[in-house]
Design a binder for this molecule. Structure first.
Ligand SMILES: Cc1cc2nc3c(=O)[nH]c(=O)nc-3n(C[C@H](O)[C@H](O)[C@H](O)COP(=O)(O)OP(=O)(O)OC[C@H]3O[C@@H](n4cnc5c(N)ncnc54)[C@H](O)[C@@H]3O)c2cc1C
Length: 508
C-alpha cells in the first residue's frame, strides 16, 4: 500500500496533522505504536468506573481555529472553564483563592497586603498583554523571536520570579504566579527564561478568554478522539500497535516507514509526531543527516523532572487552611503546594544536584466535582503534578522502590496541608520520568518534547520542514512547543502542503 502521507505517531498533533492533510485530499495513514491514540492527551480507565487524564489534564492552548476547522465539537470535544483559577494553602492557617472575579480577588489579596490588590491587577493586565502578543505568533509559519516587541522579549528572557516580585510583595501570591513559569521545566523560578514558560501558560485562547484554562469532559483523551474522528471522516487510516522502527529513504529523500515487524509502507511524504531525538537519531538513517545537525539534536535539552500521581479518593481533600468538605470553589481551582518562591527554588536546587526535591512543588486538579464522567458518585480524582524528580538521579537508576518513595513523599507533602488525603486513597497511579518515556514515548520523560526555554523557542525550535527532503516534524519539538494546542500538527500539515511535496492524487 502506498500513501500520499504517513504520520508516525498518533499523539494529538499527529492526528491534527493527519486531519488537515486528509481534508486537503491527501491519502493519509497514521502509525501509532501504542494501543491507544492520543500520546500524552489520553483518557484511561485504570479502575472500573474512573476516567483518568493520565498525563495532561487541563486545556487552554488548543487553537480555536483548529476546533472550528476540524469541527471538533461535532466530534465530541466539550470543555468548560476552570474558575476559580488557583488555591494556595499555607501551614499557618491562611490561604489565597484567586478567580476571575475582581472583587473576590481584592478581598483575598487584601488579607495579606492592601498594596498587592492594585499590584496584582497591573500584573494580570501586563502578562495578558505579553501573552496575547505571543498568541498572535503561536501559529506563525516562520516564527522569529525578534518579531516580538522589545518589552515582550525582555519578559521572556527574564525569570518568572522577578516578574512576580516586580508587582506584588506577598510571598504566596508571588509563588502562585511563578508556578506557571516552571511547569514541566528543569529550571527554578529564579532562572532566566522562565518568563517565557510563564507566558506560554497564559497564551491560550481555547475558551475565547486570554489565558483561561479548563477541563475537557471525559478527560483530555476526548481531544485526541475528536481529532481522530475528524481525520477518519476526511478519509485517513489510523493504525494502532504499529511501531515504526525506521524511516526509509532513497536518494536522500524520505520514502516511507518500516515497522518493527518488518513491514514497509511507502508514501510521498512522512511526518513524524515523535520527539526530535527519536525522529532524527533513531528513525532517520544516520547517513541522511549532516553531522552538525545530529550534534544539534544530541544537544537538545530535554531533562524530564515531573512525577504525575493520579489518586482515586473516597472523599474530597480537606485543606486545614480552608476546611470545606462539600464540592465548592476551592475544589474547582488549581491547588498549589508552593508557599513562596524560595520553596520552589529549593525544590529545584535539590534536583539540579540529581536528587528528588525533599519538599516538592505540587500542582493539583479535581475535575470530578464538575464532571460526572470522571469518578463514581461521591468519589473524586485528584491529579497531582509534582516537581522536581530528575530523570537522571545522582544515586543511580530509578527503581520500583524509588518510584514508591517519590509517590509517598508527594502524598506526605500534601497531607501536611490536607491531612485527610492518605486515608481517602482508594487507588494510585504513578508515572516517573522514565515511566513517561516508556509509556508515552516522551524523551527522557520531558513533557514538552524538550525545554521551552530561550534557545529552544521560536526559530530555535526545530522547523516543521526538516533537513531530509520529504520529512516533516509535526510534534511538540516544533514551534510553538508543548501543551495540547494542535498547532505543531497544523503548521506541519501546512508546510507539507505548501511545498507541494505530495503527489496530487493517491497512488492507491
Ligand atoms: C504528566 C503530563 C502533564 C501534562 N499536562 C498538560 C496539561 O495539563 N495541559 C497541556 O496542554 N499539556 C500538558 N502536558 C503536555 C502535553 O501533554 C504534551 O506537550 C502534548 O500532549 C504532546 O503532544 P504531541 O502530539 O506533540 O506528542 P505526544 O503526545 O508525545 O505524541 C507522540 C506520539 O508518537 C508516538 N510514537 C513515538 N514514536 C513512535 C514510533 N516509533 N512509532 C509509532 N508511534 C510513535 C507516541 O506513542 C505518541 O503517541 C502534559 C504532559 C505530561 C506528560
Amino acid at each position: 500500500m502506498r500513501y500520499d502521507a504517513l504520520v508516525i505517531g498518533g499523539g494529538h498533533n499527529g492526528l491534527v496533522a493527519a486531519a488537515y492533510l486528509a481534508r486537503a485530499g491527501q491519502r493519509v495513514c497514521v502509525l501509532e505504536r501504542s494501543e491507544v491514540i492520543g500520546g500524552a492527551a489520553v483518557s484511561e480507565h485504570p479502575w472500573p468506573g474512573w476516567t483518568v487524564s493520565a498525563a495532561s489534564y487541563v486545556c487552554s492552548l488548543l487553537h480555536p481555529q483548529i476546533i472550528a476547522d476540524l469541527e471538533l465539537t461535532k466530534h465530541g470535544y466539550d470543555a468548560f472553564v476552570k474558575d476559580p483559577t488557583s488555591f494556595n494553602a499555607l501551614l499557618d492557617g491562611r490561604s489565597m483563592l484567586l478567580s476571575r472575579d475582581r472583587a473576590s480577588n481584592a478581598k483575598e489579596i487584601a488579607q495579606f497586603s492592601a498594596r498587592d490588590v492594585a499590584g496584582f491587577e497591573a500584573l494580570e493586565r501586563d502578562i495578558n498583554g505579553h501573552a496575547s502578543e505571543l498568541f498572535a505568533h503561536l501559529n506563525d509559519d516562520e516564527p522569529r523571536f525578534d518579531s516580538l516587541s522589545p518589552a515582550t522579549q525582555r519578559f521572556f528572557l527574564g525569570s518568572a520570579a522577578e516578574f512576580a516580585e516586580r508587582y506584588v510583595e506577598t510571598p504566596v501570591l508571588q509563588a502562585a504566579i511563578a508556578t506557571d513559569g516552571i511547569i514541566g521545566t528543569f529550571a527554578g523560578p529564579r532562572d532566566p527564561g522562565t518568563g517565557y514558560v510563564l507566558a506560554h501558560h497564559y497564551a491560550g485562547r481555547a475558551f475565547g478568554i486570554q489565558g483561561a484554562w479548563g477541563y475537557v469532559r471525559g478527560g483530555m483523551g476526548t481531544i485526541s478522539k475528536a481529532a481522530a474522528a475528524a481525520a477518519r471522516q476526511f478519509g485517513a487510516d489510523i493504525r494502532t500497535k504499529a511501531t515504526v522502527a525506521g524511516i526509509t529513504t532513497r536518494d536522500g529523500r524520505a520514502t516511507g516507514a518500516r515497522l518493527d515487524n518488518g513491514d514497509e509502507i511507502e508514501a510521498g511524504i512522512v511526518l513524524s509526531n515523535a520527539d526530535p531525538k527519536t525522529t532524527f537519531l533513531k528513525l532517520v538513517p544516520s547517513g541522511d543527516l549532516s553531522d552538525d545537525f545530529r550534534v544539534r539534536v544530541r544537544d537538545w535539552r530535554d531533562h524530564g523532572c515531573v512525577v504525575k500521581v493520579n489518586l482515586a479518593l473516597g472523599e474530597l481533600p480537606v485543606f486545614a487552611a480552608r476546611p470545606v468538605r462539600e464540592p465548592g470553589p476551592v475544589h474547582n481551582a488549581t491547588l498549589h503546594i508552593a508557599p513562596d518562591v524560595d520553596y520552589i527554588q529549593r525544590a529545584y536546587d535539590d534536583a539540579a544536584r540529581g536528587i528528588p526535591s525533599r519538599e516538592p512543588f505540587l500542582e493539583m486538579y479535581l475535575q470530578s466535582p464538575n464532571d460526572d464522567t470522571i469518578a463514581p458518585p461521591g468519589k473524586h480524582l485528584l491529579s497531582i503534578f509534582a516537581q522536581y524528580f530528575p530523570y537522571e538521579r545522582s544515586d543511580g537508576e530509578w527503581t520500583a522502590e524509588k518510584k514508591a518513595a517519590a509517590a509517598d513523599s508527594i502524598v506526605a507533602t500534601l497531607a501536611r496541608y490536607a491531612p485527610n488525603v492518605p486515608n481517602a486513597i482508594e487507588g494510585r497511579q504513578v508515572f516517573t520520568p522514565p515511566d513517561l518515556e516508556q509509556r508515552f514515548g516522551l524523551p527522557r520523560g520531558h513533557i514538552f518534547h524538550g525545554e521551552l526555554l530561550p534557545g529552544q523557542i521560536f526559530e530555535r525550535r526545530f522547523a516543521a520542514k526538516t533537513p531530509l527532503p520529504g520529512l516533516y516534524l509535526c510534534g511538540s519539538g516544533t514551534h510553538p512547543g508543548g501543551c495540547v494546542s494542535g498547532i505543531p500538527g497544523w503548521r506541519a500539515a501546512r508546510a507539507a502542503l505548501r511545498e507541494r511535496a505530495v503527489p496530487a492524487t493517491s497512488a492507491g
